[in-house]
Structure formats: C-alpha cells, structure tokens
Design a protein around this ligand. Structure first.
Ligand SMILES: [Zn+2]
Length: 313
C-alpha cells in the first residue's frame, strides 16, 4: 500500500492543473469543482450516488496472467478485494477482465460494484461485453441479469470509495486538437506537474458526441502464446462505437515500481455497445463530460512475479 498524498493538494489545485494541461489537446476546456451529480440517474445508473470518501486505487493481477497464455487460477472476488483495501462495503468501479470462472468465456468487464457490508447486501451494477459468436459484433449485457456472484478475473484497475456524495472535479472538453486521448492527456498532465511523486485518479465520464475506437477480447483465450503487441492486436476484435458511452477510467501518473498499468478505461452504453476505450475517432465533434477524484491510497494486489511490457495499450 502506498500513500498518494494527493488529497493534501486538494481538488482545487488538481482542477487548475488539468485546466491548463487539457487546453493543449482540446479546443474548449472547462474544469471546476462541483457537487457530484446523482450517479444513480441516467446515463450512469450506478448502484450509488457518488464517488467520494476514502478514495483508493487498486490494481489487481495484471496482463501477465492473460498473456502470453492465460493463467486460469487467477480469479478474484470483489467483496474480498474491498476488505484487502481496508474498505469493506466500498463502491468499486473500473476496468478488468470478466469473470470467466462464472461466464465460461472471456470478456471485457465494466465494474460497478457496491460490495457487501454489515449494513447492506452487495449490489452488482457491472456490465460485460463479449464478441458475438454469430457475427463478430459486440454483445453487451448487465452482469446481474443472469449471474449473482461478485467475481472478476486476471486483471483489474479499480477506483474505490465509500460511494458518498460530495465535491468532485468536473471536466468538460470539446473538440480534440491534439494527439492524446482524453485519459492520457489528463494522466500526462499530472505526470508533468507532479514528476516523481505518483498521483492517481478515477471516476466516470461520458462521451457525449462522436465515436471511439474500442476493443473486445475474444471469448476464447488464445491457445498459442501471444508474445508481442502485434500478436495481441491480431487476437483482439476492434470496433468503432458511438456516443453516448459511459466510461470508467482509472489512471496513475507514474509507476512507483509495482508494475502498474498506468491507465485503463472501459465503457458501456444503453444502446448495446461497450468495451475497452482507446481514443475517439471524431476529433472535430467529440465532447467529453467527466467527474473525477484523486485517490488517497494505492494498493497492489497479487502483482505478477514474472512480467513483460506488451498488451498494455
Ligand atoms: Zn481493458
């Protein structure tokens, strides 16, 4: 566990830093500190109202458990993870691999889980996206419609909190003028400002207009080893998905030596599309609206002992 120390800097200074950095990459930028909107409402439909209180980032497992070949022992339970990060009952959001141990196939997972506590039962608001076996398209489903566990698998980048209402950083940008995607731009802005000191953020944003490039992993794990980005890109299915998309970003400015995936964002929608976010493909019309908070702590859970550097895009 690492103390980010970032809340000492406060949301106001984060918002000033992001305002300046995003202006290099987007034509219109407006960053401010606001009350978190009620996230139980459309389009978010989260199980909780806010993302505030005892914020943490946790990275669980990692790409080395998926590639070159899958390690099917690497399965996790979010109620247990909430205890591991010393926040039983946490609201957890983020990006990971779907629980193949329950589903029976591989998928992209959009995690939205109110974990179990003494006071209330757990609620799973997660979605998963799989490649449609019939036509190679995207099949997005709400996990709790058929499944009742709180599993995830292989790798996950999580932002956890008490799920309380409170102040958050609102980021509105329109029209991309630079090369960086929305999340990379925020992450690199923080890295430039904070240097060696890692800071991390998570939350939710909506792609309100335009289209984005995404991927979904195949339903079957690769039976031959995938040893490079080129191999991985041939294995993945790529899509262009359309707004509105709700995205679950988790990012850390730099790796303090825990083999971190520095940014990971999955998205879902109410029109049947969802997957792993790469970047928007419509810079002239794209619009993003997001709500973020810095994390107080970073936890690394089940870090792979043997690692590599591909498959992190
Ligand atoms: Zn992903």
């Amino acid at each position: 566990m690492t103390f980010f120390g970032s809340t000492a800097c406060g949301s106001t200074s984060f918002s000033r830093i992001l305002q300046k950095g995003l202006t290099d990459n987007f034509a219109e930028v407006q960053v401010s500190v606001v009350d978190c909107p009620d996230l139980t409402k459309e389009p978010f439909t989260f199980p909780i109202k806010g993302i505030c209180g005892k914020t943490r980032i946790a990275e669980v497992g990692g790409v080395p458990y998926l590639l070159p070949l899958v390690n099917e022992k690497k399965v996790y339970d979010l109620n247990k993870i909430a205890k591991d990060i010393q926040l039983p009952g946490a609201f957890v959001l983020g990006a990971g691999a779907g629980p193949f141990q329950t589903l029976g196939f591989n998928s992209e997972f959009m995690l939205l889980v109110q974990t179990e506590s003494e006071h209330r039962p757990p609620v799973n608001g997660s979605y998963f996206a799989r490649v449609n076996p019939a036509d190679g398209g995207c099949l997005l489903e709400k996990y709790s419609e058929k499944y009742h566990d709180f599993g995830c698998a292989l790798l996950a980048n999580l932002f956890a909190s008490e799920g309380q209402p409170g102040k958050v950083i609102e980021v509105k940008v329109k029209r991309r003028t630079g090369k960086l995607n929305f999340v990379t731009c925020m992450r690199q802005t923080l890295e430039k400002h904070y240097g060696d000191k890692p800071v991390g953020m998570g939350g939710a944003f909506i792609i309100q207009k335009g289209k984005v490039k995404t991927h979904i992993m195949p339903a079957e794990f690769s039976s031959c080893p995938l040893n490079s980005d080129e191999d991985v890109n041939k294995w993945l299915h790529f899509y262009e998905m359309k707004a509105p998309l709700v995205c679950l970003p988790v990012f850390v400015s730099r790796d303090p030596g825990f083999d971190l995936r520095l940014e990971h964002t999955h998205c879902f929608s109410h029109h049947g599309e969802g997957g792993h976010y790469h970047y928007d493909t419509t810079p002239d019309i794209v619009e993003y609206l997001g709500y973020f908070l810095p994390a107080e702590f970073l936890y690394r859970i089940d870090q792979p002992k043997e690692t590599h550097s591909f498959g992190r895009d």
